[in-house]
Write a protein that binds this ligand. Structure first.
Ligand code: GDP
Ligand code: IMO
Ligand code: MG
Length: 433
């Protein structure tokens, strides 16, 4: 088995971190290819919880190399803080972290710009972002005139000169929009970023060249998606999405590695659905069912602490995202959270104006008109957290997993029944739906 990708098929927080950590045994390198510190991936092992944001999850495993690819957006102060935090937990970075010289840099004005749109505009324009500067940084990347890349921090004179012009422009814009705006001082910002760059210097390289060399030496790569396919800028529920290609579509662009190198295409889903921030969510349960899922599943944001919106599994949405992300197997996570429901519902289609539709609508207005068509399955009462083998799962739990796989059209290869690495069931190929 060679290289793999692990991507979320819902709106993020599908427990991708757990799967990446689990599969490290079969890989040599973990690669982040998009997003930034908006991600929050949790790994629990032997009672210790690790939270990863910008650093690839592979850093938790000795001997695994980790790449922050060109498609990621990096806020150096946040990255250094994360490195310090993980080091304090005993994680050894020794020569294992590789950061792309082409990745774009998040600057303080990006955070201010995001606060401006998220906090000062009318409620209708709020997206409910993570306020990590992700959108404004990608906007400058695509706009080109104001984009700053990691490599620029290693040409100090040019960087200072350019930052002077950029900050002059941003200050004028922000001052016009914000009453109490304190202008940014280009020299202070440049000093801080050049200092941080020196600390990061040993990690910086041409990661695309490094990855191709690794492949040539027979190394097995694992691409770790952040966010989820339904938050993809092109394929998600626009505009309530993130600003990168968070489906598998982003892998080649965000790492420089063609996807023909990937053998295993793993889509990660929760056994239900959650979403943080605004946007359509046809199967949302804004009621006792949703509250129960939130309570039992501890559905609060890893990074922002925001309560997640919760609802039933949406097979229409996952069928769509599994197609976009090319998933050939799915990992079904947090199955344990559903213990104790008499009845479980799964959306198998949407109905719009009395007509059944099988695909996701492009427009928000159409999304609003869609009513999920549910099929109900009997639940189970047993606690699943101690189950380690497929055959030990209650029949109704097995039927539920098989039903999800059939609806999505992709076999379930992994079932997770708790946050710990060991609370995992590998589904043998012969038993998959
Ligand atoms: P990610 O962003 O996709 O990596 O997911 P998050 O880490 O943001 O959210 C998943 C949460 O579920 C984390 O708190 C995990 O520790 C937890 N988790 C993972 N798998 C399971 C599981 O099977 N059961 C339960 N109860 N929790 C799980
Ligand atoms: P992981 O990798 C869940 C959501 C935000 C918001 C939208 C845009 O942990 O699954 P952004 O800050 O990216 O511009 O916000 O995307 N979002 C996530 N939701 N999990 C994430 O990451 C997310 N990253 C961003 O809540 O709705
Ligand atoms: Mg998360």
């Amino acid at each position: 088995m060679g290289s793999s990708c692990v991507v979320g098929l819902q709106w993020g927080d599908e427990a991708k971190g757990k799967i990446v950590d689990l599969l490290c045994d079969q890989h040599d390198v973990v690669v982040r290819y998009q997003g930034g510190a908006n991600a929050g991936h949790t790994v629990v092992h032997e009672g210790v919880t690790y939270k990863l944001s910008l650093v690839p999850t592979g850093i938790l495993r000795k001997g695994i190399d980790c790449v922050i690819g060109n498609g990621v957006v990096i806020h150096p102060p946040a990255l250094l803080q994360e490195i310090d935090r993980l080091s304090a937990q005993g994680i050894d970075f020794g020569g294992r972290l590789h950061i792309s010289d082409r990745a774009h840099v998040i600057l303080p004005y990006h955070l201010a710009e995001e606060r401006l749109t998220e906090e000062s505009s009318s409620t209708a324009d709020h997206l409910g972002t993570t306020l990590r500067g992700i959108g404004p940084c990608y906007r400058d990347k695509v706009g080109r005139v104001h984009g700053v890349r990691v490599i620029d921090l290693f040409h100090p004179a040019v960087f200072r000169d350019r930052l002077d012009r950029i900050i002059n422009y941003k200050n004028r814009l922000l001052a016009a929009m914000l009453a109490d705006f304190e202008p940014f001082d280009p020299r202070t910002v440049a000093d801080e970023y050049l200092d941080d760059a020196e600390t990061l210097r040993p990690f910086i390289r041409d990661t695309t060249a490094w990855l191709h060399q690794s492949l040539a030496h027979g190394k097995r790569l694992m691409f770790e998606g952040a966010q989820g396919s339904l938050l993809d800028i092109d394929h998600g529920s626009y505009p309530y999405v993130t600003s990168s290609n968070s489906s598998a579509a982003g892998i080649a662009a965000g790492s420089g590695v063609p996807t023909r190198h990937i053998d295993r295409w793993i889509g990660v889903v929760k056994a239900y659905t959650t979403r943080v921030g605004g946007g359509p969510f046809p199967t949302e349960q804004d009621n006792a069912t949703g509250e129960r899922i939130r309570r039992v599943g501890r559905e609060y944001g890893t990074i922002t602490g925001r309560p997640r919106r919760c609802g039933w599994f949406d097979a229409v949405a996952v069928r769509y995202s599994a197609r976009v992300s090319g998933s050939t197997e799915i990992a079904i996570m947090l199955l344990d959270v559903l213990s104790g429901f008499d009845e479980l519902k799964v959306a198998v289609a949407y109905e719009k104006n009395g007509q059944r539709i099988a695909d996701l609508p492009a427009s928000l207005a159409d999304f609003d008109l869609c009513q999920p068509v549910y099929e109900s399955l009997p639940g189970w009462s047993e606690d699943l957290t101690g189950v380690r083998h497929w055959s030990e799962l209650p029949l109704n739990a097995r039927n539920y997993v098989q039903f999800l796989a059939q609806q999505v059209g992709v076999p379930a290869s992994i079932v997770s029944v708790g946050p710990d690495r060991r609370q995992t069931i590998m589904v043998a190929a012969g038993t998959r739906a």
